[in-house]
Design a protein. Structure first.
Ligand SMILES: N[C@@H](CCC(=O)N[C@@H](CS)C(=O)NCC(=O)O)C(=O)O
Length: 205
């Protein structure tokens, strides 16, 4: 059975869990990372020398890097649907999977500052700089999402999973947000998916 290591409040673990849920996979999840430890044990580091989550094991095959995990699971179980069979259609959507890390980097100080740092220790300047940078970046997918309902085209695909998890943080952190109607409409489409509500759109911790 598929095994997934990672704490459920990690944005990158959420991507693997959301994909597994969309695909209807049975899996065992093991708490790892931050307060759960595990990631620095020799056993874990043999699987994932980065000491980060998520890591998966599928029939003896070990894999890390959340977006690669999403690609792998979708290619294995949903070729032609969540993993588009057409090369150009797939690459067209996949760019957003890679771009999600650009957005994640901009949001780092915002998320950590407001969610994981006590008020007296917050760096207000860094939070505001991250907020402005994230807002500027979020203008990038606007054109795509104005032209089609999902990042990869007419239907939901793996392309939506990484950025969907990152944008959930943007939508839920207590900040001032400029309006991006096309992004907000896409986010509501994601919210119509039970797997997104179950694993991703949860209170931030
Ligand atoms: N690029 C990697 C990054 C993994 C990563 O940074 N994971 C974070 C959680 S989101 C982590 O393991 N942090 C340390 C910890 O939880 O102990 C991926 O997408 O899988």
């Amino acid at each position: 059975m598929l095994k997934i290591w990672g704490r459920t409040n990690s944005v990158n673990v959420k991507k693997a869990l959301w994909a597994a849920e969309e695909l209807g996979l049975k899996y065992e999840r093991v708490d790892a990372g931050m307060q759960f430890g595990v990631t620095k044990t020799p056993e874990y580091m043999r699987m994932n020398p980065n000491s980060l989550v998520p890591t998966i094991e599928d029939d003896g095959f070990v894999l890390w890097e959340s977006h690669t995990i999403v690609r792998y699971l979708c290619a294995k179980h949903a070729a032609g649907t969540l993993w588009p069979a057409d090369l150009k259609a797939r690459a067209d959507g996949e760019r957003w999977m890679d771009w999600a890390f650009t957005f994640q980097a901009a949001m780092r100080d915002v998320f950590w500052g407001l969610i994981r740092t006590p008020p007296e220790k917050r760096d207000a300047k860094a939070i505001e700089a991250g907020r402005q940078k994230s807002a500027a970046l979020l203008a990038v997918p606007v054109r795509t999402l104005s032209e089609r309902p999902y990042l990869g085209g007419a239907s939901f695909t793996m392309a939506d999973i990484p950025l969907g998890c990152e944008v959930q943080r943007w939508m839920r952190v207590p900040i001032e947000r400029p309006g991006f109607p096309a992004v907000e409409a896409w986010f509501e489409r994601l919210r119509a998916r039970p797997a997104f509500l179950k694993h991703v759109d949860l209170p931030l911790t």
